[in-house]
Design a protein. Structure first.
Length: 412
């Protein structure tokens, strides 16, 4: 059984303990955040989960920890050069994942969430949960079980990528932690069962005994709190009072990072010049194909509809205004309006639908039913129906292109 690693907190003025690094650059990011000193006691919930995960490794390969040695000769051939994995500053779990998430009702969360704030929404088997970005900013990983499915909910601020995965590998349930390292400025996770290293953006184990394994990505999307609470009043919301740590929730330590004309922070790699490095994109991929739409192309007025396809299958992208950027100003709720995006199959019960935006809502031309940005039919002949969500990633162009350079970029 592996010895559980303790969760450490980092002390220091202008250290970025909320995301993929614990350092900051005055030339790149204006941050005055001070990280609170860590208690010397063990994080009980983290230790318990880690021990449980380690005990489940019977069917997983044994080997040394990639956290301790990325170059072990017994490892399979790494998928990336271990030399390209950079230290972000903190030790493993120095950015503390939430291993024992607690939840509150929509009405309780509404006391501390602003309508324009982003929340990451996960809906599995009717179990609907929202993970506020103001919390994920400071923890990056939540190990949870939603609708009976073990999941890890992740967010990398430097790449603005919020992604949910199943946390089962080769049929074995484990949990994930933050390694304290970066690859292409992206969060490098580690699984607590074998301590292999995983990219957050593509969910691949790239160094360690599990090299070559890929996590299953689940549909999840960032939605403005006001839109979410109106549509999902029965949902559970991650509680910021019981995270196991004290942080300045609601604040952004990366002021100015979300500058469309800026440059990525702590990124070492080539930038695909087809778009600006910090351009936000909506990206969708399969094993055979990847397509990305610059956010600017999806925006029009209060709401907009964009049609597309992937592997010959149609898709529709809804965009609605009213969601703040978490990475713009120090106050997350005051960030510039980047809107909410939803991606869906436009085929309902075998019937293709065609959508248009009208004064902030979406209407299908076939029946006149109105739909919200979550893909719910809210009024009309199809009321009560829901479009099938398509898994996508909303991130910065520099990051997506580094991982999928073969991406087709939709430019008009």
């Amino acid at each position: 059984m592996r010895t559980p690693r303790l969760a450490f907190l980092i002390v220091g003025k202008a250290l970025v303990a909320a995301a993929c690094t614990a350092s900051s650059s005055a030339d790149t990011i204006e941050s005055t955040t001070t990280i609170e000193a860590a208690p010397t006691t063990t994080n009980t919930s983290t230790t318990t989960v880690s021990s449980t995960a380690a005990a489940q490794t019977g069917s997983l390969p044994e080997g040394p920890s990639a956290l301790d040695n990325r170059y072990a000769e017994s490892f399979p051939e790494p998928l990336i050069n271990p030399d390209d994995i950079l230290s972000g500053g903190p030790p493993p779990d120095g950015i503390p994942p939430i291993d024992d998430p607690q939840f509150v009702s929509v009405s309780v969360a509404d006391e501390w969430l602003n309508d324009q704030e982003p929340v990451l929404v996960v809906d599995i088997n009717g179990d609907i949960r929202a993970y506020p970005i103001q919390i994920l900013m400071w923890h990056e990983i939540v190990n949870d079980t939603v609708g009976g499915v073990p999941v890890t909910v992740t967010y990398c601020p430097l790449c603005n990528s919020a992604i949910t995965f199943e946390r089962t590998v080769q049929g074995v349930e484990t949990t994930f932690g933050t390694s304290g390292s970066l690859y292409f400025a992206n969060l490098v996770m580690y699984d607590r069962a074998t301590e292999s290293l995983w990219n957050q953006l593509d969910g691949r184990a790239v160094v360690g005994v599990l090299t070559g394994e890929t996590l299953t990505q689940l549909p999840s999307s960032m939605v403005a709190w006001g839109d979410f609470k109106a549509a999902r009043s029965e949902a559970q919301i991650l509680d910021r009072e019981r995270t196991g740590a004290t942080r300045r929730y609601g604040t952004n330590p990366y002021t100015g990072l979300d500058d469309p004309n800026g440059q990525p922070f702590l990124f070492q790699g080539d930038i695909d010049v087809r778009a600006k490095a910090m351009q936000r994109v909506v990206a969708i991929e399969t094993d055979a194909e990847a397509v990305a739409w610059p956010l600017d192309l999806l925006v029009d007025g209060e709401a907009a509809v964009t049609e597309g396809e992937l592997n010959g299958d149609p898709l529709v992208i809804f965009w609605k205004n009213g969601q703040s950027s978490a990475l713009d100003t120090s106050d997350i709720a005051a960030g510039r309006d980047i809107g909410t995006v939803g991606v869906f199959s436009p085929i309902l019960d075998g019937r293709p639908l065609t959508f248009e935006a009208e004064e902030g809502i979406f209407v299908d031309q076939e029946t006149g039913t109105t739909w919200n940005v979550l893909g719910d039919a809210v009024e009309g002949p199809l009321a009560g129906s829901a479009l099938e969500p398509i898994t996508f990633v909303r991130t910065f162009w520099f990051s997506w292109a580094a991982f999928r350079p073969d991406t087709e970029l939709i430019e008009q």
